[in-house]
Write a protein that binds this ligand. Structure first.
Ligand SMILES: [Cu+2]
Length: 153
């Protein structure tokens, strides 16, 4: 016949009990760093460097026209300058990126309704770009200055 549960618990070593207590404590989530990108017509003032950690991005459009902030993670070893040279030849910047992390959109004078939470990877470069146009005959905002990048330390 098995010993009652109470007597079996009493036989656990203090070390086992501390492991049991540790296993029952939920991890404390670290609040993400928050970065608000304030866009204008037609610029992305943005930090040049950000620390490698979970980061929440918001977008505040203080311009008059709608803007997007497409955030892409560039492939290892690719710099923002090499992407800009590549796109100036009419090539797709997506060729040099691991992918789009996410997209925020806001009308003029508005803040984007959502946000992006990203685990920033150390050593990688991220590119912010707006491809909106004010008219079909006009260049995309990226060609008017709405592109910026930051490196993760
Ligand atoms: Cu734009």
């Amino acid at each position: 016949m098995a010993a009652p549960l109470n007597s079996r618990l009493l036989r656990l070593s203090p070390w086992s009990l501390s492991l049991l207590a540790w296993a029952c404590v939920p991890p404390t989530p670290q609040a993400p760093a928050e970065v608000t990108i304030v866009t204008t017509d037609y610029a992305f003032p943005a930090p040049k460097e950000l620390p490698a950690r979970r980061t929440l991005f918001r977008m505040d459009n203080q311009g008059r026209v709608p803007h997007e902030m497409a955030l892409g993670q560039l492939k290892a070893g690719v710099s923002a300058d090499s992407v800009l040279a590549y796109t100036s030849q009419g090539q797709d910047p997506g060729d040099l990126a691991d992918g789009i992390v996410g997209l925020l959109i806001a009308d003029g004078g508005q803040t984007a309704l959502g946000s992006l939470t990203v685990d920033l990877v150390p050593g990688r470069t991220y590119l912010m770009i707006c491809q909106f146009k004010d008219a079909d005959s006009l260049p995309p905002h990226s060609a008017m200055g709405m592109q910026a990048s930051f490196v993760v330390q």
